[in-house]
Design a protein. Sequence first.
Length: 184
Amino acid sequence: MGGMIAQIVAAKHPQATCSLVSIMSTTGNRSLPQGKPEALAAITVPPASNSREDRIVAGMKAWRVIGSPGYPDTDEELREVVSGEIDRVPYEPTGIARQLLAIVAAPPRNEILKSVRCPALVIHGADDPLVPVEGGKDTAASIPGCRLVIVPGMAHDFTRRLVPVYLEHVGGFLEEVERSGKAA
């Protein structure tokens, strides 16, 4: 949902936007392929109970379903990440429902994205089961001059093994933006 929000900010508030990076996102175009049913189920099926351990097990299962086959975390790394998220954020089972409703209810952004004038980069995983790669392609096609990077083996997560990929593409893009002087 962060990429969707960033798209709206870049389109509606150009004076406050130096550049746009949209990762694992989409335009909301209703004609695009939807996420795989097993991916949608993985993020919406509640844990067996509200206990910390059941929430960790459910979180790990969800991340394995939507996670990057080419950049997987080990079980230990994934448990550490999921445990950290669970310990940091109070359990609110309606939160995911509100987020999904906001995504579904939002109008497509293709038209407003045509007004984006700042440098833009779209990064999308070729293997994303939650937001298929067509969403990233549609986003990039809707933004004038946008650069599109499709990462083979990447899905809908941010693993330690993906950090160098993000640093290379986002860091390189921001360095170019700064060098070109296009950022305000």
